[in-house]
Design a protein around this ligand. Sequence first.
Ligand code: SF4
Ligand code: SF4
Length: 136
Amino acid sequence: MATSKRIVLRFPRRLVDRPIVSRLVKDYNLDFNILKASVTPEEEGLLVLEMSGKQDDYDRGIEYLTKTGVHIQSLSQDVTRNEERCTHCGACITVCPAGAFELEPATRRVKFLDKKCIACGLCIKACPPRAMELHF
Ligand code: SF4
Ligand code: SF4
């Protein structure tokens, strides 16, 4: 049975230069599309992938990534903003690796572009009034 899922991979600093993702193709027969790649402020590598292949290969590939020390998160998580809590302080703008926050110069309000959000969760701790919420 074939499967295709969108996942977020976080690579600790020590793994950033290693050819981990290419092994998914070579050793596990998986295909992937990179939807987003960036480096977080903590210098972790962050990749959002659409990964597809046979279910068995997919499961083995995920096991390989986990054993290597890559943190995997499913994109079924959803991040929203509680508009009543947001004070438009701007603290989230610099931490977001996906550019999902924008300052509107005219109003000095911070816009949340939820379509860009990759649900990495970094803004949740960074937001002083805890306006960003993670839902499963
Ligand atoms: S850090 Fe929180 S309160 Fe500040 S602009 Fe971002 S969402 Fe709003
Ligand atoms: S969870 Fe927050 S920091 Fe991460 S991509 Fe979404 S808006 Fe940006």
